[in-house]
Design a protein around this ligand. Sequence first.
Ligand code: FAD
Length: 285
Amino acid sequence: MSLAYSPSKPLPLSQVAAWDIDTDVAIVGFGIAGACAAIEARQAGAAVTVFEVAAAAGGNDDGSGIRMGLSVGGAAIHMEQFFATRPFYPPGDLVKGIFVNELGQRFINEDAYHGRVTRYMIRQPNDRSWLLVDNSLFGRPVIKPDITIAAAGDTWEEVETELGLPAGELVHTVDTYNRHAAQGLDPLWHKHADYLKPLVESPFAAISYCGRDFGGNAFTLGGLSTLPTGEVLTPEGKVIAGLYAAERCACGIPRWGDGYSSGMSLGDASFFGRQAGLSAARRQA
Ligand SMILES: Cc1cc2nc3c(=O)[nH]c(=O)nc-3n(C[C@H](O)[C@H](O)[C@H](O)COP(=O)(O)OP(=O)(O)OC[C@H]3O[C@@H](n4cnc5c(N)ncnc54)[C@H](O)[C@@H]3O)c2cc1C
């Protein structure tokens, strides 16, 4: 490198005249996994160089790591799986509302993890769903205070009409829910009794979780196929010597969108990031 370079002095890409760096372990991306790998590899005695495109570490996870792995023969697996969320709580009282689709029917227990609920929202006809709440529960999700209130009324019939749902369906759904909730039961979806409350205090509202109103956040759970050491595998299951991947570049522990929950990524990143850094350092030793 022609410019003055030191590992502690980041160099803007525009000032890099030529790539000529000797290092034991090169880490692309200083996110959680990259940082854990770098620390572990350095502690194992390796010379470590980190390449990071952004001014601040983390985020900007755009799949380019997976594509880099594919370009040298790596296999990507479970690419159809993803995490998605339109968080509808906090406030916690919103969990006591009920979601209905455009048929006026419930489709999940609302006390499930918000990512799981969102996966079921997306599957509803035309990605249209609304959270029904009464006056005692009404609130706006903290993450989206400008959320669309799709309908409001003094009766559930008014809300149903304003949403343009088939006559009687939403009303029937709410009646059935209220009748059982009053007894602390939810025989259809088994929501926990702590979150059951008849929706009887007017005015009533339908908060929109339709895809067109609330895009939400998502990331892939698929990625490069790896061993627990972080070594990347080909489609035939052979190790690609010297190539390691972890966390969002890899298909790690969370690999099923419906079963994902918060913490699975950070655990995956810190554990397998460290494993990858250690493996890479040991290979050079
Ligand atoms: C909204 C949201 C909420 C989340 N909440 C949770 C949670 O509660 N619990 C949990 O466990 N997980 C959560 N996650 C997931 C978790 O944050 C990510 O899975 C994790 O940060 C991914 O770590 P990573 O090291 O693979 O990538 P990142 O942390 O995204 O880091 C990737 C790094 O690589 C850099 N980079 C990208 N391309 C290049 C390139 N070509 N060259 C050099 N550098 C590059 C980026 O700038 C970035 O710094 C959440 C994610 C999102 C988006």
